[in-house]
Design a protein around this ligand. Sequence first.
Ligand code: ADE
Length: 228
Amino acid sequence: MRIDIITVLPALLESPLSHSIVKRARERSLVDIVVHDLRPYGKGTYKHTDDYPFGGGAGMVLMIEPVYRLIEDLKKERTYDEIIYTSPDGLAFTQKEANRISCLKNIILLCGHYKGIDQRIRDHLITLELSIGDYVLTGGELAAAVITDAVVRLLPGALSDGESALTDTFQDNLLAPPIYTRPASFHGWEVPQVLLSGDPVKIQQWQEKESLSRTERLRPDLLTDLSE
Ligand code: ADE
């Protein structure tokens, strides 16, 4: 898979995409992540990438020309399955959407800009708008990092068997069961006895029961989704 990320703040994306499972996936060439600085595509001597909004109002708006030119350059090299814009008014990014995107070959993530982007970019260049939650970030970079992380860990080979994404919270609309490690007893706080029993059938039954009761208690909406 290849992920091209377009941003005016490339430094914001460096660290989240250079550690842990995403780093390993990149090293193993499971994913090619290329962060593009929009600035060189900017206008004039100062390489402006934003401008005042028509009709007035506070804040600067990301211009269409730099974005158009960069996307056109990328499209010359390959075909993109989705060109995604990160925005609080996009569709909710869910595990289901992460699963779907992880099966695509080439995607572009255009990071949103604090005051917004020229609507014509959204109307004519973007194929999908995604929000990572009902709150407003200063820009779309952290949202792009979240989407990339959630997608990359699903790529075949990114996780070891023990880390398998199949047992993740949300994968079957259930929260994951609680997990424990040594010591089995700490200040009188005990690990559930069944986990120490060595009986895989009993352990699995317990985990399924815990998953369900946790979901009923903490996220009943997930169970409603299931019956729809
Ligand atoms: N940009 C700003 N806020 C955002 C959000 N909640 N999701 C995606 N992109 C954003």
